[in-house]
Design a protein around this ligand. Structure first.
Ligand SMILES: *Cc1c(COP(=O)(O)O)cnc(C)c1O
Ligand SMILES: [Zn+2]
Length: 430
């Protein structure tokens, strides 16, 4: 394996242990040899302050790579499949329904190429994987990561072998197989898949995007912070709500905001961070509720499979951020998740998957509990697409009206449906 030489224009420097501060060369490694803490990428922020401006960013590509100086790659031609710069939608109808005023949706349900935020982290990880000389890439996935890794590896001409729990939704499995990788469906939950992959990472010379490449991979999530700041007109919101699986995305949105403040791209501001989990897998929310600063692993049992990580690697850091920003971490049950999916679809025309249903349901709960001020500028992160988890809403969304190809058949059906609607409303009113 060849170590890419650091170009003079690269602003990322090293890997640094988040716990003890030991620095490492930026290779394929992710834990500290001394204290087993996670490693994180460091940058030359003085150089960034001198060289990056709002204009230089705006002149860049319409993808996450407009923020290339803030990402841990050396090359000037990263793998760009159009990932990022997803819409930030002013969600007036959902806001009104909830009783708040300034609500935005960051819509990664339409992220490219595989319709989840994971395309961001994988674009960065595979670019770095190529720089480090890997020819085979891999991951332990709850579904979306496998979709992204397989698709972007196909585009980049990398060999790919992904590991998923055997009980994933059909759409997630098909949405991986189509790109032609090797797919290992492991009989076990995500945490068991992950443990197996840690062993495989030690025996095969593969780049695992969320294991030995994790420090690079996780930096990709910062772009969800940068884009929101840029799309709000170079301002930070007052409050964000995002889903928590390993907790990585949540902590990296925070890092993204802090970096933009540090290099002077936005004004200093304290943003409140609130996290969303599914009750059937809510180790971070439970720790928050109990006032603990450690996370006790759980065995997942929820329809929100994409965020069902029972032993979250960045759980303690997510807890810390929610606490110090005066945010919150909440959980909702499966029925509330389905209602969250429907609420977002019916008010904003956005079909999200179970993770997004969880986030919307938690948003609603936070508003009802008075934990979101109605006038706060609040951004909700919708991280995945509903077409991939269709079984979650099957049976809760009604049926089409089957009619003959005749006008009177249509008119009778229309009358029937209006009567049903009226009956529905009467039931609501009594
Ligand atoms: C992976 C995933 C998340 C959360 O990821 P973490 O960084 O592990 O917390 C959220 N939403 C969706 C749809 C995901 O696939
Ligand atoms: Zn350390």
């Amino acid at each position: 394996m060849t170590q890419a030489t650091q170009s003079t224009t690269a602003t990322f420097k090293a890997l640094k242990c988040k716990e003890c501060g030991t620095e490492y060369e930026p290779k394929a490694t992710h834990v500290c040899e001394f204290c087993f803490g996670p490693l994180e990428v460091t940058y030359d922020y003085d150089a960034l302050r001198r060289t990056v401006t709002r204009e230089s960013i705006q002149k860049g590509p319409n993808s996450i790579w407009r923020y290339r100086p803030f990402l841990p790659v050396v090359t000037e031609t990263p793998i760009d499949v159009g990932t990022g710069m997803t819409p930030l939608v002013k969600a007036n109808r959902l806001a009104r329904r909830l009783g708040i005023k300034n609500l935005y949706i960051k819509n990664d349900a339409v992220n490219m190429p595989t319709l989840s935020f994971k395309d961001r982290v994988v674009s960065v990880a595979l670019t770095r994987a190529q720089e480090l000389g890997f020819t085979t890439v891999s991951c332990a996935s709850t579904g979306n990561l496998a979709n992204s890794t397989a698709a972007i590896a196909a585009h980049a001409g990398l060999d790919c072998c992904v590991f998923i729990p055997a009980d994933l939704e059909a759409g997630k499995v098909l949405g991986t197989l189509i790109y032609g990788p090797t797919v290992m469906a492991v009989q076990g939950n995500y945490d068991q898949v992950n443990r197996l992959c840690c062993e495989v990472a030690n025996t095969q010379g593969w780049g695992f995007v969320n294991i030995n490449l994790r420090p690079y991979y996780s930096e990709g999530s910062k772009t969800l912070g940068y884009e929101v700041a840029e799309q709000l007109g170079w301002q930070l919101p007052d409050h964000i709500v995002a889903p928590l699986a390993s907790g990585s995305l949540f902590t990296k949105i925070y890092k993204g905001f802090q970096e933009f403040i540090k290099v002077g791209l936005v004004d200093e501001k304290s943003v409140r961070f609130s996290g969303a989990q599914a009750e059937g897998c809510s180790p971070i929310a439970q720790a928050y509720r109990d006032g603990r600063d450690f996370v006790t692993p759980v065995k997942p049992n929820t329809i929100a499979k994409s965020i069902a990580i029972g032993n979250p690697a960045d759980g303690i850091y997510a807890l810390e951020i929610a606490k110090k920003t005066n945010g919150s971490i909440e959980s909702v049950n499966d029925a509330e998740i389905v209602d969250g999916i429907k609420l977002l679809a019916e008010t904003e025309g956005i079909f999200t998957e179970t993770a997004g249903g969880t986030t919307v349901a938690v948003l609603k709960k936070l508003v009802e509990a008075g934990k979101i001020d109605p006038s706060e500028t609040t951004v909700v992160y919708i991280t995945g697409n509903g077409l991939k988890t269709q079984e979650a809403v099957q049976g809760y969304i009604g049926e089409p009206l089957t009619i003959e190809a005749k006008l009177d058949s249509f008119e009778r059906a229309l009358e029937r449906s209006r009567t049903l609607e009226r009956l529905d409303w009467q039931q609501v009113l009594v």
